[in-house]
Design a protein around this ligand. Structure first.
Ligand code: GLC
Length: 797
């Protein structure tokens, strides 16, 4: 069963059955302002921080789901009948009205057709030079398809937030008397009186026939967004108040001749009446068209950095459009704004941000570098990373936060630093490959010498920050010589403390590999010798202490008991340690083949690879919180998406392209478009997890968009399956594909040049490059070009 289909030419996902049982979301905005919006126009906006500067309100996890939103109502002024352009909130019977929603690259489009009136509402946030004047545009068109004149009213509606998410959700004794509504410059304005500069506006490109600024006046205390008083009455009451719940509701009356179409624009933005005037002026019809075309161009350019043409249609669709888009959204909005993470936190999760920034350096180089610099600043001089921190607080020179009238202690810089007790063993290690991948992309070796402060004291070059991370991890070892698990490793629910984590040991080896690659590019001999020796020691320890006979242990508890051994009846085989044993290169080939066979045997399901199996059922705090999680859910035996691509990389490193593709295909959301009765989540977005075999809802996906699986899926598929990897001194093309592929093509832009790559597989192998032709000439390597278009032919065999 399906609810929609892919329109690749438009780069849209089309939901033609809008009564989806779950929200299908999209993200608007590419700079400071963002909106997360559903297929029914439910959702919310923010500026910079979804926690501290919420523009519109959302009632998360409620029924009806996803209310309120950024709505447009239509009313037939002759009959009094009204409906919304998105199916919700009015929810007309779907046998009477036709509805469709289209999610595109940073815009969403809603279409309806009812009683010979068709309408369309496009929501998007224009890109701004310098990122000023953030405004969301509602571009609405209404057409009279009947053969008589029609009188139709159009109403735009938003419910404003009290700015601070906490103020929206608790302790109304202050907030209800601090947010006021005004009507000036033909715009509904919302003010938070505590913050003189924080105003919001909702305006149209017209003089409204009526307006409301108070939510209760527009909706009514015993009504909902489904049947607002204001719309059913046909005239809004002109309400404003100092205090209460501000909203923006504007009416525009239209008379449409047969066949006539009208266009109405609404603007939701930050600022007072003058800002509304500016929006009107800048985004009149022509300005709106220009801004929309510019948004399209922005995505064309971005997506054009790497386009692939493989024999696998859904892989093309994913890598060329949706997977890349999702990865971009993650870097941009960094995880805390969705319908699940409803903006209750601000700041960066160390490991998540580092991995996001590692995976798409070609797509969002500036943003990735910005994130990396923030993370470097969020590193303690001892070498570990602050697990969750707000860069704005670290960078704060003077007070710039919101002042609450009820005394809520504010986090200061000191309060954000944490000790070893709260350090996660993996956090800062991810930063090393993230830095190195970004420098491979840009070629800017001088970045390694940039000085950046530590979170607590002192400053150091980026190079020394990386060494601090490595030194920290090499020193934090337990009784077997394996790195400690500390508060958690990548797995939040594996809380080993002084116990040891195989995953971190292998990750440390991998991070060292990246570091050594950079050290060689820079010729830093002393560092090469030191870290090669440390790495060798750790690899030997891992091979000896962690090998269980057929696969690798997940680690040891603080008391020295093995986790993930063949003797265990629960939590027997784990994904993280076995995939990373191979990715790091620490496992020998026999071990690698065997442990990945165990992954296939124990963890494979048609929906993806489970994190561990069988799920834990016995509470054991020496292993961690994972043993308190329902079997088959999240970290306990679910198909946790994020590590799935690790298995694709591992299989590619072992040369098993068909196996990598089998794993890839199981998780690929686009492959599940017709299985929505089971998947129950967007088929254009990787989800954080999918219920595992030990859960009754096996196959149900949860938590779309904001997940590290996206970046990693993209990274694994492009760099290992298709094998296109920029290096310090050349481009590697070393694919690992199913043997039945004849080849594939790709266009990769890198350091000012365009590489037109054509991979041929005449002997139908899974891996192995026989010949490389660069611009027609046989070469050993593909060099770095700084301009021009270059034809690269790679022949496998
Ligand atoms: C969540 C967290 C991430 C963690 C993962 C596994 O996705 O955001 O940091 O690695 O869960 O526990």
């Amino acid at each position: 069963m399906r609810y929609g289909y892919f329109d690749d030419a438009a780069r849209e996902y089309v939901i033609d059955r809008v009564d989806v049982p779950v929200s299908m979301t999209n993200y608007l905005g590419t700079q400071r302002m963002g909106t997360v919006i559903s297929h029914n126009a439910g959702g919310y906006s923010w500026l910079d921080s979804p926690q501290h500067h919420r523009i519109t309100r959302f009632r998360p996890n409620g029924v009806p789901m996803d209310w309120p939103g950024h709505y447009v109502y239509l009313r037939d002024d002759e009959t009094g009948k009204f409906w919304s352009v998105s199916w919700q909130p009015t929810g007309l019977p779907l046998n009477e009205a036709r509805y469709e929603a289209r999610h595109g690259m940073s815009y969403s489009r809603y279409l309806c057709d009812y009683q010979d009136i068709s309408a369309e509402q496009v929501l998007f946030i224009p890109r701004e030079d310098g990122g000023e004047d953030p405004v969301e545009i509602f571009d609405v068109r209404i057409r009279n398809n009947s053969d008589r004149e029609r009188k139709i009213s159009v109403y735009g509606y938003v419910e404003f937030s009290f700015h601070e998410i906490d103020m929206d959700n608790q302790n109304f004794q202050m907030s209800l008397y601090a947010a006021g509504s005004h009507y000036e410059h033909d715009a509904a304005l919302c003010e938070l009186h505590y913050e003189p500069d924080a105003w919001q506006f909702f305006a149209g490109n017209f003089k409204p026939d009526s307006f409301d600024g108070v939510r209760e006046a527009f909706i009514g205390s015993y009504h909902t967004e489904r049947d607002p008083l204001g719309v059913s009455a046909g005239r809004l009451s002109g309400s404003t108040e100092l205090g209460g719940n501000p909203c923006g509701a504007l009416q525009k009356k239209l008379t449409l001749k047969p066949g006539e179409e009208a266009r109405v624009l609404f603007y939701l933005g930050t600022g007072k009446g003058e800002a509304a005037d500016r929006a009107r002026q800048k985004y009149d019809e022509a300005g709106t068209d220009r801004a929309f075309a510019e948004l399209r161009r922005f995505w064309d350019d971005k997506l054009g950095q790497l386009q692939v043409k493989t024999p696998h249609e859904n892989m093309n669709r994913s890598l060329n459009i949706w997977n890349f888009y999702q990865s971009e959204v993650n870097v941009l909005f960094s995880r805390f704004s969705s319908f699940i993470e409803v903006g209750g936190r601000t700041g960066l999760g160390y490991r998540d941000t580092a991995q996001d920034a590692m995976c798409i350096p070609h797509g969002e180089p500036d943003m990735c570098m910005k994130r990396i610099c923030q993370l470097l600043h969020g590193q303690m001089s001892q070498g570990y990373g602050l697990h969750l921190f707000d860069p704005a607080v670290l960078e704060k020179t003077e007070d710039n936060g919101f002042k609450s009238p009820t005394v809520i202690p504010e986090a200061d810089k000191k309060g954000m630093l944490h000790g070893l007790k709260d350090a996660c063993a993996d956090d800062a290690l991810w930063l090393i490959p993230a830095i190195v991948e970004n420098v491979r992309e840009s070629g800017d070796l001088s970045f390694f010498d940039k000085e950046i402060p530590y979170a607590d004291e002192g400053k150091a070059s980026v190079w020394d920050h990386m060494k601090a991370a490595l030194d920290f991890s090499y020193s934090q070892v337990g009784s077997h010589g394996v790195t400690k698990g500390l508060r958690a490793d990548w797995n939040d629910c594996l809380n080993l403390g002084g116990g040891e984590s195989a995953m971190v040991a292998f990750l440390l080896v991998w991070a060292t590999n990246h570091f050594l690659d950079a050290a060689r590019a820079l010729g830093r001999q002393e560092d090469i010798s030191k870290y090669e020796a440390l790495k060798k020691g750790m690899e030997e320890t891992c091979r000896k202490e962690l090998w269980d006979g057929a696969w690798f242990l997940r680690g040891f508890t603080a008391a020295g008991n093995p986790i993930g051994s063949s003797m265990a009846t629960e939590g027997k085989v784990h994904m993280e340690c076995n995939t990373w044993a191979v990715i790091s290169g620490a496992a020998d080939r026999e071990q690698g083949l065997s442990c990945m066979d165990a992954v296939d045997e124990w963890l494979y399901t048609p929906w993806g690879l489970m994190l561990n199996a069988p799920s834990f059922v016995t509470l054991d705090d020496s292993i961690g919180f994972v043993t308190r999680v329902y079997p088959g859910v999240k970290e306990n035996g679910a198909i946790f998406s994020h590590p799935n691509p690790w298995a694709w990389v591992a299989e590619c490193m072992l040369g098993r392209g068909s196996r990598a593709m089998k794993f890839y295909d199981a998780l690929l959301p686009e492959n599940q478009n017709d299985k929505m009765e089971i998947r129950q989540a967007e088929p254009y977005s990787y989800c954080q997890f999918i219920m595992g075999r030990d859960h009754t809802a096996h196959g149900r996906a949860r938590h779309p968009f904001m997940t590290g699986s996206s970046g990693w899926a993209y990274y694994a598929a492009t760099r290992y399956m298709l094998g296109i990897r920029p290096g310090f001194d050349g481009l590697t093309v070393d694919p690992c594909v199913p043997a039945d592929w004849d080849g594939f093509e790709a266009v990769r832009k890198w350091r000012g040049a365009e590489y037109r790559i054509s991979v041929k597989n005449p002997n139908h192998v899974e891996k192995g490059v026989k010949r490389i032709l660069t611009d027609g000439k046989e070469t050993e390597k593909i060099p770095v070009y700084t301009d021009g278009v270059h034809e690269i032919e790679v022949i496998l065999g």
